[in-house]
Design a protein around this ligand. Structure first.
Ligand SMILES: [Ca+2]
Length: 116
């Protein structure tokens, strides 16, 4: 239920012209919490987008760029799609970790219980 996603080529800087996707799935009934432990991309032009569901038609729950550390986001779906885009010049790197959270379907609260 835990994992880490590294920018392409990490710990070297990521290449230009990237469009990378990661689909994170946890068992139904769980949401997903992600947070960046390292976020150092070219501001605005290189960014990470997160959708609360399996594809880009799902609600977008976050877009991250630049060098703001300790950003985090929760999903209510048990799947999230993560996309990383980089443009033609200037790179950087990022590391994000995710874990599944037991989601109480009768309320909007996440139980602060780490499943693994
Ligand atoms: Ca760039």
């Amino acid at each position: 239920m835990n994992g880490t996603i590294y920018s392409p080529g990490y710990p070297d800087e990521y290449p230009n012209f990237q469009d990378c996707f990661w689909l994170v799935r946890v068992p139904p009934g769980n949401g997903i919490y992600i947070n960046f432990t390292v976020l150092q991309t070219e501001p605005i032009y290189d960014f990470i987008t997160v959708w609360d569901g399996p594809d880009q038609n799902s609600p977008q729950i976050g877009q991250f760029s630049g060098n703001t550390a300790l950003e985090s986001v929760y999903s209510t779906s048990n799947q999230i799609l993560i996309k990383f885009h980089s443009d033609f010049t200037t790179s950087g790197f990022f590391v994000l970790s995710y874990h599944g959270w037991y989601y109480l379907s009768v309320s909007t609260a996440f139980v602060p219980f780490k499943l693994s």
